[in-house]
Design a protein around this ligand. Sequence first.
Ligand code: C2E
Ligand code: CA
Ligand code: CA
Ligand code: CA
Length: 285
Amino acid sequence: RAKKQGDTYSFFTHCLDRDARLHFELEQDLRKAVEKEEFSIYLQPRVAMTDHTLLGMEGLIRWCHPQKGICSPAEFIPCAELNGLIVPMDLWMMETGCRQVAQWNKEREAVHGKPPLRLALNVSAWHFRDNRLPDRVMDILKKTGCDPGWLELEVTETAIMKNLSGAIATLNLLRTRGISIALDDFGTGYSSLNYLRSIPVDTLKVDRSFIAAMVPEDEKSRFLLATIVKIGTHFNIHVVAEGVEEEWQRAYLESIGCPSAQGYLWSQPVPVPEFPYLRDTLPPP
Ligand code: C2E
Ligand code: CA
Ligand code: CA
Ligand code: CA
């Protein structure tokens, strides 16, 4: 029996070793990826719920691994958040994304007289706590010729709650400079409703789990969703529904007055060359 326990224990430590080793390898790979800029930006359109006007897009990072191909953020962001590598990654996204949207908006305006698109980018909790963030963002906007009004930064409530007063100062600073702020994954944290009173935000992104839960027979989810939209309207905050996949979901969201959405119904995130930046509207295919 004692021997068996010993075996179990050594098996266990062996597993830990293996996990630690895999983590270490991933971290080393990520460091190289940051150095060599092995990333790519995918874009998912944000559209108006009713008439499908193309409003802008969210930039989502992909890692183009030399052997493994395109990796999704779920596979590497948790690791990058542990060691701060997420910061250079977010900055790479900002510089690449701002440069692209500046070029597109200038073409939209000059050649076609179309309104500008707004690019939304995710900011990790780690980076959000860094007080150099606002200056870095301004430097990138200047360098890339991107208007602050064309950029929205998506922050999660978890990132904000870690240091509420610091967060409010940062958000105010960014907004004073003309950058919009979205609360990402809204509704999945703890104190969402109470802190909405004090947090300066432009947009609420209703988490995909709410949209997925709103099957016709789930009255509670539908009521919650309608309430979030009402709160947004009342506070003069723009509401975006995430992860809309089906026409009936869109129709319900429209019926409760939710103004805009992202989701596979319109488009998956696509690489830059495939993004329809000259379109006025993007009706579901
Ligand atoms: P998120 O910010 O909540 O992004 C939305 C995720 O939902 C994206 O996954 C998107 O591809 C996916 N999605 C969009 N529409 C649908 C739909 O209709 N159905 C379903 N099932 N999924 C949909 P993705 O690209 O894998 O990104 C995952 C997460 O990784 C993001 O969640 C965000 O938290 C993080 N992330 C992505 N890019 C960056 C980045 O550049 N910086 C930072 N800090 N985080 C990032
Ligand atoms: Ca997001
Ligand atoms: Ca989200
Ligand atoms: Ca999410």
